[in-house]
Structure formats: C-alpha cells, structure tokens
Write a protein that binds this ligand. Structure first.
Ligand code: SF4
Ligand code: SF4
Length: 383
C-alpha cells in the first residue's frame, strides 16, 4: 500500500523547507530509502518557463535546494535537468530559465550541476499503451535514481498538474508539442503521460504545495495560492490522488485517473501520514475554466469531438498585450498560429485545444474564450 505524506510548511525558508521535507520523508523510510552512497540522482523540478519563483509556475528553489542537501547527506550526487516548454530549450533559453527560476542561484550556492543540453535518446517502451518508443533527455539515462519535484498546479488540459505530469518535462523541447499533435484527444494524451511515467520511473516524488497555482494554470494564466504544504510519496498516482482530494477534485472524473485505472494502477489503498487530509484540504481552490478533462469520454467519438470543440474555450491572443514574439507559433503542434499585423492569430479550424500556446506565452496574452453556447451553459451551471 503506497504511503503519501502531507506536511505543513509555511514559507520558503530553506531550513523550514528542509525540516518539512525530512518530516515528509520520515514515514517513507527517509532519504536513504531512495538514495544509496555514490548514486547519481536526477532532481527533476517543474521548470515550465522562465518565471520568478513567486509566480508559482515552477518548483521553488528552496525545495530543490533542500533535496540537494538531503541527497548529498545520503552520499548521492545530485544534478538538475528539465526541458522547458517547446522552443525554449536552447542555450539562451536555458540560461534564462535557470536564472529566472532561481536555479542558477541554487547552483551558485551548492555547486550542483544544471544540465542544459537538449540531447535526447529514444527509449524502447514495449509495455507502453500508446508509445512504443519515447524520446527522453539523455540526462535521464545517466541517473541511477530519479526524484521528481513537481509543483502543485492546475492545468487547462489535464485539469491538474502534479506528479504524473511532471515527468513529461523529460521529453525534450519541441518533441512535446509533437506528442500533443499526435495525441490530440485528452484520454490519449493522458495515456501517453503514463507511458512516460512508466518509462522514467521516478523513485520518489516530493511536491511543492507551499505556494500552489490555481485558476488557469499551469503557466502565466494561473494565480498563486498559498497552501503551505509539502507532499511526498514513492507512488506518483497515489500522490496525485491525494493532491486532487486536497483541492476538491474527484480523481475518478479525470482522464489521468481513467488512464491509470485502465493499467490497474488505480484505485489503490493509500496510507496517509502527517497532517490529516480533511485538515489540510482547501474548499475553494479555483480550477481552470477549461474543465473538459473532468468529463468522461463516452459515446461516439466524432460527436464528442464536435461537442468538445464547441464547448471548450478557444485560444485568442489579445491584441495590445501580444508582443508578436512568436513563441506560440513555434510551439503550436498544428501550425495553427501565425503572426499578422504584429499580433498572433489562431486558425480555429486547425486548433486542437492543447493549450500549449496559453502555457508558453510569456506575456499571458493568450485568453481562453468560450463560445456563446459554452458561456450560456456555464452561466446555467451546466459545465
Ligand atoms: S501570443 Fe504570446 S507567445 Fe504568442 S506571439 Fe504573442 S506574446 Fe508571443
Ligand atoms: S492554437 Fe494553441 S491550443 Fe490550438 S493547437 Fe495551437 S498551441 Fe494548441
């Protein structure tokens, strides 16, 4: 039975975070249950875009630094690797990523290595439900142990972004939107995420829920929300289930958990440790406007596509806010975006509602707008 720890942590003070992480790991056997002397340990934070830690889009550097200290005390050699959204994985983009997210400062203090290269390898995954080969960063192969450090966030496509979503960051740069393109359906997309989890096999997940992200996450559209929590578990499915229950989401309503159920990974009994779930739970956590991931996909697929299309919000770059930087154009897996008259413009006929453009836009310029029918249904409380 997997154990999930919930521990309070009021602020990003390094000693306080470290105490909280140690308390979260104690019921799991402590860091030594995962890291043996000499082990090379890949710490995988969520570094989606170059954003300051207080925006709660990325894993806070204090959480990463606490893990660096613990891994070293266990005799391990930690290093950090991640691949940000699409076109940002290049030398200039990685320098900005590590600087803005506070990782460069952590590296300056601790000497930990920050991996920047986008070199990848294809990993055969015969047991994969959808992908039989997965492109992963080469750094993954060099690690003896993977410790995943997700941020507790909402997500416009999968509704939540936690332990299961975080390993997708090891898929390099522009391969990510490629997967989005091939697997446009959210159920398929979640199946693919679980293929990646099965391939990456994180030994331990420590989730940063001190300052979470609610609303239209997982990027600049979200709003920071202090929860004051650190969660930990060796089982990413169990951890995400507890995260869902903390923020008032029924896991059974999500494509992610339906995919886990198809593999026999879920539901499973969970042993909880630390703060009782009902005590830590928040009642008013704001979910994304695009809640299609919460609805089961049953019935005729073409009809579901049609309904999904008309009832899910479409991305609309906002004139005046868009700087025509072109990041969304390069990221869009369907080539649905062009720059016209110094503003990005979306061809709705090509758009598959993956929301990569919303996720990557550094100016938070991509609005998600419902159709009149969608607005009416929302007003009537029917969606
Ligand atoms: S919408 Fe955002 S990402 Fe796209 S061109 Fe405009 S500013 Fe850049
Ligand atoms: S326009 Fe945006 S939401 Fe639509 S396919 Fe392109 S990246 Fe995805």
């Amino acid at each position: 039975m997997p154990t999930v720890s919930i521990v309070r942590c009021g602020r990003y003070d390094l000693s306080e975070v470290r105490r909280a992480v140690e308390a979260a790991l104690a019921p799991l056997g402590g860091i030594r249950a995962f890291v043996r002397p000499g082990a090379r340990v890949l710490l995988k934070p969520n570094l989606l875009i170059p954003a300051a830690p207080e925006r709660a889009i990325t894993t806070h550097p204090a959480v990463v630094e606490a893990l660096i200290g613990l891994v070293r005390e266990a005799g391990g050699e930690p290093f950090i690797a991640d691949s940000p959204a699409g076109p940002l994985h290049n030398p200039v983009g990685m320098a900005a990523l590590y600087r803005k997210t506070g990782m460069a400062e952590v590296a300056g203090r601790t000497g930990v290595v920050l991996r920047r290269e986008a070199d990848s390898l294809q990993v055969p995954t015969p047991e994969g439900a959808l992908l039989k080969r997965i492109d992963l960063l080469k750094a993954w192969k060099e690690a003896d142990v993977i410790i995943s450090l997700p941020k507790l966030k909402t997500h416009n496509l999968t509704l939540v972004s936690g332990a299961l979503k975080n390993t997708f960051g090891l898929v390099p740069g522009l391969t990510k939107p490629g997967y989005h393109s091939k697997l446009a359906d959210v159920d398929q997309f979640c199946d693919m995420l679980l293929d990646v989890v099965a391939c990456v096999r994180p030994a331990l997940t420590v989730m940063d829920g001190v300052l979470a992200l609610e609303g239209d996450g997982p990027s600049t559209g979200g709003v920071p929300r202090p929860l004051g929590l650190i969660l930990a578990s060796p089982d990413p499915v169990a951890l995400d289930e507890v995260m869902c229950r903390l923020i008032g989401v029924d896991p059974g309503s999500l494509a992610l958990f339906r995919a886990a159920e198809r593999r026999g990974w879920w539901p499973a009994d969970i042993a909880l440790a630390g703060v009782p779930l009902e005590e830590a739970a928040v009642r008013d956590f704001r979910l994304p406007a695009a809640r299609r991931a919460a609805r089961p996909m049953r019935g005729r697929r073409w009809l579901l596509r049609l309904v999904t299309r008309s009832l899910t919000p479409r991305p609309v770059p906002r004139r005046g806010r868009c700087t025509a930087c072109g990041d969304c154009v390069r990221m869009c897996p369907r080539g649905a975006i062009a720059i016209a008259g110094r503003t990005a413009v979306v061809d709705d006929g090509l758009c598959i509602r993956c929301y990569c453009c919303h996720e990557i836009c550094p100016e938070a310029a991509v609005d998600l707008r419902f159709s009149p029918a969608g607005r009416l249904l929302r007003l009537a409380g029917l969606m």
